[in-house]
Design a protein around this ligand. Structure first.
Ligand code: ATP
Ligand code: ATP
Ligand code: MG
Ligand code: MG
Lengths: 269, 269
């Protein structure tokens, strides 16, 4: 059961867009996918057309009340299931503040997705909100891999440094097998010098970590880049992934390539 | 002394880009401007080339230690002064948690910018970080006007509703003269149907408030729209506003129009 958390504490860099479309892209390659919305803003939930149902059972019921995860699954497509969020998850940040081992609740809960006949899913993908609070720490403590979407603008590396520092602390204290799978350039504007400069800086930053024992020692800059494409911004308004909304768009092409790249990396190790 | 706070709890919508370039735009129209960085990420401070000085006196020293604001001013251009931030401002959120009337500290401190000979500045512009915590509440309690930059994407209105709700609470309990001056469409992609749809939804949302006593009853959708322009993203890497970095760009043109529009509104009331 592969586990990937999509993280960046910076707002609006493409975490939700990446989580939803990578998940759907992988499901179309035959992988069974469980997508978990860890953001009280519930954008992943809305993106897949699940929001605003009365009495919707959400991740809150797992983290705070211990409901097993299979009871929360919402089927969105053949191989694609969602564990939704809603605003009550914001209360979890407060209610879990005093609980012992509060960063490890999700890790235990992920075990409920395993059965004697085998794992229910090939991949768990976790969309995190723009924070490094208790929900995101639960994702870091329970995942195997991290994908960091990043807009190649000034200060992108600055924010990433802080995120990697947190990843290092969680790896050291809670989750030694945690590692950064890769950095995903998102909202990529190919012919601008800003994109080229930041890409170069990222490559040297990652190169310096090679051979060390840091959790990002093997992190790659994904070959797949998600180009700026208005279709990616339109799709959530229709409750669809880019593959349903506009399968011939650049957005669909880029996320198909990313899904194949991620599958290739995870299958070859 | 006009006071404008630039707010949106959503990350990466153009608050810093707006604060810096509106401030510089107004200063070039002869207005004396004080720009205050209220974000511990200190992006406005970095944008104007002030970050990373050892022992930099920042807004923290005003809010927590009561230093008068004139002692913190950094001159950036003829009519443009900055009160910088740095990461220690994050500690203010914690250290002020138990202080009585903790949302009103900045309001009192703004009085130190008045002298018996008159106000030191024509405009105070406050850049807020992507949160509705104590620093942003200080901005809302101390400002007269609010500008909300907004990327016209799906869910833009959803986030704005929450922000307006907070504005309403502060207006009711702490600052009756608070009002939303306007909504600024930023990262605007003119010929996309998404931008057109969201613009239409915004216009009807604002129209419904007309004639009520809500703080956004007179809010306008600014005629000036800030188009997507890579030059706006490059300028901070050089520590410059768009007017210094690329005065002939669309970005400079759009912010010049916005500065004139804002000056026109504030002078005609
Ligand atoms: N490649 C792209 N091209 C065009 N628009 C995009 C692209 N990627 C994301 N967007 C749009 O940009 C906005 C921000 O993206 P998204 O919500 O995925 O970011 P996020 O990091 O999840 O934000 P948050 O921090 O609020 O969780 C959304 O309106 C989204 O539709
Ligand atoms: N009109 C524009 N065209 C192109 N890039 C832009 C535009 N406006 C802002 N940007 C870039 O988009 C990114 C986010 O903008 P900005 O930092 O101003 O947003 P913010 O709302 O202040 O973010 P935060 O929530 O982190 O404070 C920055 O890299 C900025 O340079
Ligand atoms: Mg998101
Ligand atoms: Mg900012």
């Amino acid at each position: 059961m592969q586990r990937i958390a999509v993280l960046n504490q910076k707002g609006g860099v493409g975490k939700t867009t990446t989580s939803v479309n990578l998940a759907d892209g992988l499901s179309r390659l035959g992988q069974k996918i469980c997508l978990i919305d860890l953001d009280p803003q519930a954008h992943t939930t809305t993106h897949l057309g699940v929001a605003n149902q009365v009495n919707l059972p959400t991740l809150y019921h797992s983290l705070v009340n211990g409901h097993p995860l299979p009871s929360l699954l919402q089927k969105r497509a053949e191989n694609l299931y969602l564990i939704p969020s809603d605003i009550h998850l914001a209360a979890a940040e407060v209610e879990l503040a005093g609980v012992v081992a509060r960063e490890l609740i999700l890790r235990d809960q992920l075990e409920t997705l395993r059965t004697p006949q085998g794992d229910l899913f090939d991949f768990i993908i976790m969309d995190c909100g723009p924070s490094l609070g208790i929900l995101t720490l639960n994702a870091l403590a329970s995942t195997r891999d991290v994908i960091i979407p990043l807009q190649p603008h000034f200060l992108a590396l600055h924010g990433m440094g802080k995120l990697l520092e947190t990843t290092g602390i969680v790896a050291k204290k809670l989750n030694p097998s945690l590692r950064v799978l890769g950095i995903l350039l998102s909202m990529f504007e190919a012919n601008t010098k800003l994109a080229q400069e930041v890409t170069g800086e990222l490559e040297s930053y990652l190169a310096k970590a090679k051979g060390t024992r840091l959790p990002w020692a093997d992190a790659k800059l994904f070959q797949s880049k998600i180009r700026r494409n208005i279709k990616l911004a339109e799709a959530p308004g229709f409750g669809q992934s880019i593959f349903d909304y506009e399968p011939k768009s650049n957005g669909a092409e880029d996320f198909d390539l990313l899904a194949r790249e991620v599958l290739g990396i995870t299958q070859s190790r």
